[in-house]
Design a binder for this molecule. Structure first.
Ligand code: TMP
Length: 209
């Protein structure tokens, strides 16, 4: 059985992850592959509970390291109970966020050293890294405007502009550091242009197998 491919979608809030992810999944399914979508934090019942804890506003201060460890606790559940079994069964995984989110938000945003995060990543999921990561990029103001239309802000959405600026810069740096794995799409282009890029990426991905 040929192993499935592991694809992740990344980006700050409001860059259009959900709609573009759906378009990508359709292309892969149309090529005859079985696709399972997941998200982080989340993806399993317990990991979804951790997501709720992480996203809800809390009166109790949450130290950065607690936030990071909860992200990786949820990730461990998702990797072991969903992602790995699916890949081994030949199913493709498309995940809304993965460890690059921890690097960008807890590393870039909160200032946790990158090697701490990478050691944790190595411990939690070892060799399991995405085959492809699509980084959807837009200036923070544009992302925040779009996210603002979605109702009451969660604990992350309450962060200030400069936090998201650091997150965005960190994402772009991650993409520069690993050009083999990352593709960056500028989502300030028209919907049609973004869709065209998604279609091209899917085409390259599907022709490489
Ligand atoms: P979202 O998936 O609806 O965007 O919400 C998830 C939030 O959690 C988002 O603000 C990014 C944040 N996050 C981290 O800070 N670190 C992580 O490792 C992950 C997966 C998400």
């Amino acid at each position: 059985m040929e192993r499935g491919k592991f694809i992740t979608i990344e980006g700050i809030e409001g860059v259009g992850k959900s709609t573009n992810m759906a378009a990508l999944v359709t292309h892969i399914e149309n090529a005859g592959h079985t696709v399972l979508t997941t998200r982080e934090p989340g993806g399993t019942p317990l990991a979804e509970d951790i997501r709720e804890l992480l996203k809800s506003r809390s009166d109790e201060p949450i130290p950065e390291i607690a936030e990071l460890l909860l992200m990786f606790a949820a990730r461990s559940l998702n990797v072991n109970n969903v992602i790995l079994p699916a890949l081994e069964a030949g199913t493709w995984i498309v995940s809304d966020r993965f460890t690059d989110s921890s690097r960008a938000y807890q590393g870039g945003g909160r200032g946790i050293p990158m090697d701490t995060i990478d050691r944790l990543a190595d411990w939690v999921h070892g060799e399991t890294w995405p085959d492809l990561t699509i980084l959807l990029d837009a200036p923070v103001e544009i992302g925040m405007q779009r996210a603002d239309t979605r109702g009451a802000p969660d604990r992350f959405e309450q962060e200030r502009h400069d936090f998201f600026q650091r997150v965005r810069e960190c994402y772009l740096q991650l993409a520069i550091n690993d050009p083999e794995r990352f593709v960056v799409i500028d989502t300030t282009q028209s919907l049609e242009e973004v869709r065209h890029e998604i279609r091209e990426i899917a085409g390259v991905l599907l022709s490489n197998i």
